[in-house]
Design a protein around this ligand. Structure first.
Ligand code: GDP
Ligand code: IMO
Ligand code: MG
Length: 431
């Protein structure tokens, strides 16, 4: 069988956790392929709301193998806390959760380095989640990093000390005081590493390729979103991993020819946490209304998310670089409160020309969005499961997007709960 990839097409927080949880019963394996505890994936069902940071979102489905892939950066302390928070659900975590030996370890000093680098940037800071993501990937690429498999080595403590000593030199250079916090963090880290050893540490590329060979179905779960990708995002305001579909190959050890469906998830509007360009951002009360209505506050850091209208040039770009085969539109219910819904179809460049391509540098703020207006539906979507029952204004919005994006929108999400979903897989699409 093929590996289906599910990823965010915007700046993260599109609702990936909800959709992985919904689709998981169709799969036997769910595998995270990049990112780390900067991710916050929310699942809601049976009145329970749960946020996952390190653990794949298939974990609540008891028959599924969940894999933390080699492309992930793993914080053992966050991992331990997450496992402890899941204890009340009586899941077979030891049986169903696998960690790649090749996943990179986030050390306590990586988070301190994140803070030191951000502080040194002043007003041009990235707005990182400060979880140590960038510094951990930096060490991986510099061929200095520690990996999950290293914790099984008898000289793990020596390897740890060597790397942390190098980090201390950098922290001293930035005059970053670590003495007060590091000893406790290190104690927690070594306790968490011991805790982690009760889980299966595997060569996950074999586990996944064996699963494919046995005809099992695999879903690769992306974190962040395409506009935060290290190569194709709004650099330097990006994360430090490959968030696009190609990242599933390097982050799990599968061949490009093994990829089947690519599910691209987007909100019916846009949000962004942290700094960086956002052409359709709404800075006044419309943005605040969207934030309140969509409860747009970060699942990892609690920060208010910046809000704005849907950006088609950005979405088309994300669809192109990922080879998306199906679209999933999220949080449509949030737009119910607006009588007029705007969609950015093009950017106007300083010389007056219109383009629907992303300029090289969005940071210079010269791309001015050009909007098309849609009448809002202004009626509750609660309880609607059938596409034929949606308001005509929403139908017009969906049809317009499908024609522009040249892809079917196969699911429309109308609320945080697992059940709040309109499924269109069986209806005639693109007609
Ligand atoms: P992820 O990082 O892509 O998994 O997304 P997050 O969990 O960070 O953010 C999505 C938020 O929107 C969460 O609070 C979800 O519970 C919520 N959510 C998901 N789908 C919908 C939807 O269709 N409507 C509404 N109102 N909320 C949703
Ligand atoms: P999920 O998987 C939204 C953003 C941060 C910051 C930038 C770099 O929940 O969609 P980092 O900590 O990676 O150095 O931060 O990327 N960011 C996210 N924004 N959702 C996420 O993950 C994010 N992970 C990182 O806010 O702007
Ligand atoms: Mg999130």
């Amino acid at each position: 069988m093929k590996v289906d990839v599910l990823l965010g097409l915007q700046w993260g927080d599109e609702g990936k956790g909800k959709i992985v949880d919904v689709l998981a019963p169709r799969y036997q394996v769910v595998a995270r392929f990049q990112g780390g505890p900067n991710a916050g994936h929310t699942l809601e069902f049976d009145g329970i709301k749960h946020v996952l940071h390190q653990i794949p979102s298939g974990i609540f489905r008891s028959e599924i193998q969940n894999i933390i892939g080699n492309g992930v950066v793993l914080d053992a302390i966050v991992f331990k806390r997450e496992i402890e928070n899941l204890a009340k659900y009586n899941l077979d975590l030891a049986g169903n959760l696998f960690i790649s030996k090749k996943a990179s370890l986030i050390l306590p000093t990586h988070a301190l380095l994140d803070a030191a680098y951000e502080r040194s940037k002043g007003d041009s800071k990235i707005g990182s989640t400060l979880r140590g993501i960038g510094p951990a990937y930096q060490d991986k690429v510099a061929r200095l990093g520690l990996r999950v498999g290293d914790v099984l080595s008898p000289n793990f403590a020596d390897k740890y000390k060597k790397l942390v000593d190098a980090h201390k030199v950098i922290l001293d250079f930035y005059s970053f005081d670590y003495a007060a916090v590091l000893p406790q963090a290190e104690e927690n880290f070594f306790a968490a590493v011991e805790f982690m050893k009760q889980f299966k540490m595997v060569d996950s590329e074999y586990v996944i390729n064996d699963a494919i060979a046995e005809g099992k179905t695999v879903l690769a779960e992306g974190a962040q979103g395409s506009l935060l990708d290290i190569d194709f995002g709004s650099y330097p305001f990006v994360t430090s991993s490959t968030t696009m579909a190609a990242g599933a190959c390097t982050g799990l050890g599968i061949s490009p020819s093994a990829v089947g469906e690519v599910f691209g998830i987007f909100k019916a509007y846009c949000t962004r946490v942290g700094s960086g360009p956002f052409p359709t951002e709404l800075l006044e009360e419309t943005g605040e209304k969207m934030r309140q209505e969509g409860r747009e506050f970060g699942a990892t850091t609690g920060r208010p998310r910046r809000c704005g209208w849907l950006d088609l040039p950005a979405l088309k770009y994300a669809i192109m670089i990922n080879g998306v085969t199906q679209l999933i539109m999220m949080k449509v219910d949030v737009l119910t409160v607006f009588d007029n819904i705007r969609v950015c179809t093009h950017y106007r460049l300083p010389d007056g020309t219109l383009t629907d391509q992303l300029p090289y540098d969005l940071c210079d703020n010269t791309a001015e969005p050009v909007y098309k207006d849609f009448a809002g539906w202004q009626q509750s979507l609660d309880g609607i499961r059938d596409f034929d029952a949606i308001p005509e204004q929403l139908l017009a919005y969906v049809k317009f997007l499908e024609a522009e994006l040249q892809l079917p929108i196969t699911f429309i999400s109308t609320g945080p709960d697992r059940e709040a979903l309109i499924t269109r897989e069986t209806t005639a699409l693109l007609n």
